[in-house]
Design a protein around this ligand. Structure first.
Ligand code: NAI
Length: 338
């Protein structure tokens, strides 16, 4: 099997190179993200391996199919960047890494919460500049506050475990509520409006789907508590960024911790520090002292990076050996137009 890895970062190369001899695969690495314009780079590959910002739409998949690519292996959990219907039409299976470390993302969400609440990002710069004033750094006890968690899958459950440890009350919302889990974890499922109205901190852990795209917009924000903290480690398009900016300007949103951004593809994972920023929305977000943007790094722990490489190579091996694909993601059969 020859695998063409797109969007390669040095840490990807390091972890895949370390493991590949045990699998006997040939791996080629490309720095660029896969899209319809450079899909030709996959020439000669049996599988392409992609991450969150590769564009695997119908046009890309058509080209991959023409080049003889037989498998799309995502080295991430979310698959919103792949047109599953097109993949099904061209009969190219799509596999992913469903869970590489839910702990990593949950802990990063907590890092954002604590940093925003206790203004660690501001205190860091102040003390380095000899400014030991506490003015403007007032936070709140997490103990006794209410967290609203949207989506209660693997990552959210780790987060809830940590937040319960702080002594927070947890309200949750999920399209498939798991009442047995709720009873066990001591949380309560509530309708979205109630979660918006009661939560001091709202954290997003559902996938990006047609239903969840821009779920946090003007209307949702208008229902939230004044001063609410919003945390997004899910996907950028869960939040309508301009609505968030309005909410921040009106002081309705008290702070925001964003590990993802709806137009992140042109910036995240790259050093653009020597360029003028041409994304005015991102520039405005970065201008708020109560907003922390991290570059989709929630997953980025040693353990998770190792799990990603290992599971991806296991996925490719299952395909190569014509076995059932444990981590296949399939299109909704009703939506496939063959
Ligand atoms: P999961 O599949 O275990 O859980 C997702 C949960 O969301 C499920 O309980 C599902 O029922 C629920 N859900 C689906 N549609 C919903 C809706 N319309 N409203 C409310 N809930 C809904 O997923 P997991 O592993 O917990 O990951 C969650 C998301 O986190 C992923 O989809 C991905 O976008 C993002 N992620 C971000 C990473 C980062 O580095 N920042 C790394 C890994 C995942």
């Amino acid at each position: 099997m020859k695998i063409m890895l797109f969007g390669t970062q040095p840490y990807d190369r390091e972890s895949f190179d370390r493991l590949k001899s045990a699998y006997g695969f040939e791996i080629c690495y490309h720095r660029s993200h896969l899209n319809a314009n450079n899909a030709v780079l996959a020439q000669g590959a049996d599988a392409v391996c992609v991450f969150v910002n590769d564009v695997v739409d119908a046009a890309t998949i058509r080209q991959l199919s023409a080049l003889g690519v037989k498998l799309i292996a995502l080295r991430c959990a979310g698959f919103n960047n792949v047109d599953l219907n097109a993949a099904a039409r061209y009969r190219i299976p799509v596999v992913r890494v469903p869970a590489y470390s839910p702990h990593a993302v949950a802990e990063h969400a907590v890092a954002l919460m604590l940093a925003l609440n206790r203004k660690v990002h501001r205190a860091y710069w102040r003390t380095r500049d000899g400014n030991f004033s506490l003015h403007g750094l007032l936070g709140f006890d997490m103990y006794g506050k209410t967290a609203g968690i949207i989506g209660t899958g693997k990552i959210a459950r780790e987060l809830i475990h940590i937040l319960k440890g702080f002594g927070m009350e947890v309200l949750a919302h999920d399209i498939y509520p798991d009442e047995q889990y709720a009873a066990q974890a001591g949380i309560t499922y509530v309708p979205l409006d109630e979660l918006y109205a009661r939560a001091d901190i709202i954290s997003l852990h559902c996938p990006l789907t047609d239903q969840t795209r821009y779920m946090i917009g003007d209307v949702a924000i208008s229902h939230m508590k004044p001063g609410v903290m919003l945390i997004n480690t899910g996907r950028g398009k869960l939040i309508h960024t301009e609505a968030l900016i309005d909410g921040l300007k009106e002081k309705k949103v008290g702070s925001a911790g964003l590990d993802v951004y709806e137009e992140e593809a042109g910036y995240f994972y790259e050093d653009t520090s020597d360029r003028i920023m041409d994304d005015d929305v991102l520039a405005r977000l970065l201008s708020f002292n109560n907003v922390i943007v991290t570059s989709h790094q929630g997953f980025f722990t040693r353990e998770a990076v190792d799990n990603i490489a290992r599971t991806t190579l296991d996925n490719v091996r299952e395909f190569a050996e014509h076995r059932a694909l444990t981590n296949e993601v399939c299109a909704d059969p009703q939506h496939i137009v063959l």
